[in-house]
Design a protein around this ligand. Structure first.
Ligand code: PAF
Length: 283
């Protein structure tokens, strides 16, 4: 059964009544418009915990662009139907903005040791303060044993790991692999805004990431980054915002490859005015 809670008080009193407390709680934070990628996070949380909470909340403070916030799909009834389809007990926490931000819609300011200053941080000022604020709030409220996030937002995942370490929040952060459409396009709630033709074209992002991975085996990071830029310049429908190859933990750009380090390539690009991001492990 799927039970929906709208207030912090309701959700706290339900979780507080759970006895014994050694029952494990898994949290899947989402902004709704659920797709197969979210459902895989929920399925994993269900398999690994006694109780799963899915939060559905379009967090206004993480949108640096009001147009993007207003266009963000809000499909609560459809989301609940998808969760019901899993035929398991799930608690859904779907508060209003005034409930989550009862003392004003503003974010706290965080220092994530530079993780917030690159890529998404450069192009979406304030975004990670908004993410940090809401995720800290949810973790404090729900007090889960494990929380699940997709690797599509890999920078967000590393920032949440940093948040939890810095604030000593006792939760295990679990990163889950990117789920893709059959043509390779990473699943995203934003894909719904792409016309069919552009949605097909957008598969170019992952195709380019895979080719970049193959090149990274023998070429320098600088060469691969330039090569990716050229591919996008030649593409009529996709506009590259950034391409970066970074070390996975610090997210610093690779200057010279080292044998014992792990690297990842990241792309943000616009397709038909819709901003898409994707990434790939390189080694
Ligand atoms: O990844 C998302 O959907 C959001 O950034 C999150 C983690 C739910 C916080 O609003």
């Amino acid at each position: 059964m799927v039970k929906v809670f709208k207030t912090k008080k309701e959700v706290r009193s339900c979780l507080g009544s759970l006895q014994p407390r050694e029952r494990k709680i898994g949290l899947v934070p989402t902004m709704g418009a659920l797709h197969k990628g979210h459902l895989e996070l929920v399925a994993r949380a269900l398999a690994e915990n006694d109780l799963v909470v899915v939060s559905i909340f379009v967090n206004p403070t993480q949108f640096n662009n009001t147009d993007d916030l207003h266009k963000y799909p809000k499909t609560l009834e459809q989301d609940l139907e998808l969760l019901r389809g899993l035929s398991k007990d799930i608690l859904v926490f779907a508060p209003e903005v005034s409930e989550m931000y009862d003392s004003g819609v503003a974010s706290r300011s965080y220092n994530f040791d530079g993780l917030e200053k690159v890529m998404e941080g450069t192009f979406r000022p304030g975004h990670f303060n908004g993410v940090g604020t809401i995720v800290e709030e949810l973790l404090t409220l729900i007090q889960p044993d494990r929380a699940y996030f997709g690797e599509k937002d890999f920078q967000q995942l590393q920032i949440i790991r940093k948040l939890v370490a810095k604030k000593n929040i006792p939760v295990e952060i679990i990163g889950c692999p990117i789920v893709r459409e059959s043509n390779g396009l990473a699943l995203s709630s934003r894909n719904a805004r792409l016309p069919e033709r552009v949605r097909k074209e957008a598969a170019f992002i992952y195709k380019t990431l895979k080719a970049a991975k193959a090149k990274f085996g023998t070429k320098s990071a600088g060469y691969v980054v330039d090569w990716v830029r050229k591919q996008f310049l030649a593409h009529p429908d996709l506009e590259l915002e950034y391409v970066e190859i970074t070390e996975v933990n610090t997210l610093t750009p690779v200057l010279r490859k080292k044998k014992d380090q792990k690297y990842r390539a990241f792309i943000a690009a616009y397709a038909n005015g819709v901003r898409l991001i994707d990434n790939i492990a390189l080694n």
